[in-house]
Design a protein around this ligand. Structure first.
Ligand SMILES: NC(=O)c1ccc[n+]([C@@H]2O[C@H](COP(=O)([O-])OP(=O)(O)OC[C@H]3O[C@@H](n4cnc5c(N)ncnc54)[C@H](OP(=O)(O)O)[C@@H]3O)[C@@H](O)[C@H]2O)c1
Length: 305
């Protein structure tokens, strides 16, 4: 089968389309025929060597596809069942087939195509775990989401609204209408406005940007509030000064979280936005675009029909 692998760290030119043996499932695992795989910042960060990995490595953490082979204990699934999954970092979904574990996959929502479904797992699970597990967001609370128009942010806005929160978000001017349509109650054009001057105190800051944006976020946090970052550990000293909590975390595959997100998708409360698709062989273009251009929502690779 074809798999996109890297044999050295570097720019998009290190991405190589390799012929590799098709994988086999163990026990309750299945082999998924990958229909679509989405691109996340972790893909280009891994390719560039920012994440420790043993080479060669197949990139891609998000897949949607159909069951091809069931392991001997995968009794609840059969060939052809549609699944979507966030893969553990020991495998890559930029390939024609991939092993998926029972702890990583959920039924693909009927409402979504494979391309749309592949946009959801990593970004959706990151949003879920950041808002609810680490952020403790509850109905009636106020959350500020930095980077609301990106892959994680556009799903986080919808998940927070579905949970009954007030959502403020920082975006570029061109994304204001987009995030309003997703349900954001207040938008801040981050290139022209300072969010700390216009957003009233919030219970939770969900930081998808880091740096100066994270530093300034303490000013909008209620005493006792929480700053959750996907990127860097918030200052413990500043957290203590505000009697607040600062958390950074790494999202982990979680079938139960993905199934919950799938139910919200089926109920029409959450819808992923796919800005562009590329064939698997053009993964280099897809990664370059995500890293260097303005992207709204997600970019997805079409792997097979
Ligand atoms: N810890 C984890 O497990 C985990 C999981 C997923 C993602 N992440 C990390 O979280 C970050 C976000 O992921 P993603 O998939 O959502 O990335 P993405 O799709 O590239 O989106 C990033 C968004 O941030 C916006 N942005 C950039 N600078 C900003 C600023 N100063 N203020 C407000 N918004 C700003 C961008 O908008 P413009 O284009 O308009 O600038 C873009 O919409 C990435 O760095 C990723 O590596 C970590």
């Amino acid at each position: 089968m074809k798999a996109i692998r890297i044999h050295a760290f570097g720019g998009p030119e290190v991405l190589s389309i390799d012929q590799v043996p098709s994988p086999q499932p163990l026990d309750d695992e299945v082999v998924l025929r990958v229909r679509a795989a989405s691109v996340n910042p972790i893909d280009y960060k891994t390719r560039e060597g920012s994440v420790s990995e043993t080479l060669p490595v197949t990139l891609g953490r998000d897949v949607s596809g159909t069951v091809e082979i069931c392991g001997t204990r995968a009794h609840t699934l059969k060939k052809g069942d549609p699944l979507f999954a966030m893969l553990g970092h020991d495998r890559g979904g930029n390939a024609e087939y991939v092993v998926v574990k029972a702890t990583e996959a959920a039924a693909k929502p009927d409402r979504l195509s494979h391309v749309e479904a592949a946009a959801v797992p990593l970004a959706g699970i990151t949003a879920w775990q950041g808002l609810f597990d680490h952020g403790g967001l509850k109905s009636g609370q106020r959350v500020l989401i930095h980077g609301g128009a990106g892959g994680v942010g556009h799903l986080a806005i919808q998940l927070a609204k579905a949970a009954g929160a007030f959502v403020a978000t920082t975006v570029s001017a061109e994304d204001v209408v987009f995030v309003r349509e997703l349900g954001a109650d207040q938008t801040v054009d981050y290139k022209n406005q300072r969010f700390e001057e216009v957003v009233d105190a919030v219970d939770l800051v969900f930081d998808l940007v880091a740096g100066d944006t994270q530093e300034r976020s303490w000013e909008v946090l209620k005493p006792g509030g929480t700053l959750v970052s996907t990127l860097s550990q918030p200052s413990q000293e500043k957290a203590n000064l505000r009697r607040a909590r600062g958390v950074s975390y790494l999202a982990e595959p979680n079938a139960a979280h993905l199934a919950e997100i799938g139910r919200l998708i089926e109920a029409g409360k959450v819808t992923p936005f796919v800005q562009a698709t590329y064939p698997l062989g053009e993964v280099a273009k897809a990664e370059e675009r995500l890293e260097n251009e303005h992207v709204r929502g997600k970019i997805v690779l079409e792997v097979s029909a």
